[in-house]
Each structure stands twice: as structure tokens, then as C-alpha cells.
Design a binder for this molecule. Sequence first.
Ligand SMILES: [Zn+2]
Length: 303
Amino acid sequence: MGIPSITAPVGVGGANRLADVKTIQGLLNLMPTVAGGPLVQLVIDGLCGPKTNGAIRGFQQKQLGFADGRIDPGQQTLQKIIALLNAPSANSGIHTFTGFNGEQVDMLRQDLDRAVLLLQETRGLLGVAPFMKADNHVVKMLLFNFSIDVAPTDNPMAAGFNQVMLTQLQGRLAQLQASLLLPLKFEMGTHAGGLEADAYVIYPDETIYVNPQYFDKADGVERSVVLMHERAHITLQSPDHPGMGGGLAVLVVEPQDDKRPYFNPKGDIFSNAIRNPYNYEWLVSSLKKGPQKMGLMRCTRCR
Ligand SMILES: [Zn+2]
């Protein structure tokens, strides 16, 4: 990747040329929320509206102590973004990479760092989910990915049961997050499978094989959740995807997309989902990217 640049100012009062705005939207999406990046990813449409201006202000406030909402070519705000992109990972030295070039290793390190932060953000959102309205995206995703219903109820038994399930899920997320900070082994894979064959893990050897097409994914969050998925096979001690039986799976975003019919036995979703890496991948990705429709996916990535 070359050094990112823009031709004219972007943001409040800027020229806001389409390509420049797209560049800034993409760069801001790469900034972790703790570093001032947007809580929900910006749509990369090249249009500079309140969300993009707000994201620029949020980043400036966090990193630079001012918030004029505008990024000029080669100036302070853009320099800060580039500096953060090139900052060495806190865990640079601990992992083993075999068969990758330097650029790919850098990408994997950044994707791992992002995966850790994404899990931290997800745990934070789940912690406040019981206080959210029933139609909040977080509440919906919990319900449809894990069958955990945190919406207020008059039934104390149901409330208690759902609280126990949420606590159990939080524990698994914490375990997954911690496991990404351990020394991991990565090797270039040669999987000739379909589009979903981005990475796979040999169980229980724990080496994560990353295929060349992984690096074609432009969206860093999508790459990070792939690594998270593979690592989850180990921490959840699930060599496969419980409940899916190798069939079709659906990323659930709306009630009509309810994927419970795809689980076997039908309706028994929690006991399967809590051990299925896909459910973690979908939950984390959806909470970061907001409601989205990904359609049917064939869950053969790890085979
Ligand atoms: Zn898998």
C-alpha cells in the first residue's frame, strides 16, 4: 500500500471530491474506535455528509485536541492517520509467520490487533445490551445469533436464564480476545476452495493457514473477523460449525432472516451457536458495520 493522499480538502468547507472523500472514509474506518475511529463504519460512498464530518471531528478530538471537521492534503490530521496506520503492533514480535511477504505480515498483524479491539468493543456493547430498547441492533443480533433475549420481561425465570446465557457468551468472547494475544502460528495456505476459503485452522495443531485470496479483501474488519473465526475453532474446541451440518447459513440482520430454521435440531440454537465460530464472526462484524445483508453463505471455509 502506498502512502494515502488526497488532492483537495475533505470535510467541513472542503472541496470534497468523490475520490478524496472515499479515501478519507476508508482510512477512518481503519482507525480503531479507541483511537478515535467511528463506532459504526462509514459507508464508503464518496459523499461527505454529517456522518463523515462527525467521524473526522471525532478523530481530531481524540487525537489532536481540536475538531474543525476538515482534513487538508498533507496536513496534521492526515499525517496522524498515516502515523497510526504505520505504528508497530504492540505484539509485533510474538507470532510466527511462514511463507508470507513483508506486506502480508504487516497486514496480518494489523488485522490481529483490530480483532482484539473489535472483541473488546463487542463485549462493551453486550454489557449494556440489557438496557437497550428491544429494536436496537445489538439486542436483535444477540437474539438471532445466539437466541439470547435481553429485552425486558415480566417473567423472572426467563430473565434469569437469558442473563446466564449472556454471561456465558461474554466469557467466551473474553477467552477469544485473550487467546489472540498469545503467540500464534500462521502459514501461507494453498486452499483451492471457493470464495470463503480465506483461512483455515488445522485442529488441534492450531496453525492458522491464510490463503492468498485473504489479502484481496479490502475491508479490514472482514479480514479481522476471519482470523477471529479461525481462532474461535480452538478456543471453543469446535473443529466444525455445530448446528449447521455443512449446509447453508445466513447472516441474520432482520427478523425475517431468522436463521433458526437452518439449525438442527430446529429451534435449539443457543447450545449450537455458543460453539459455532460463525456466530461470533457474524455478531462482531454486524455490531461494527451496522445492519447489513450478506445473503446465503456456504459454511465450508474451514474444510
Ligand atoms: Zn470455520
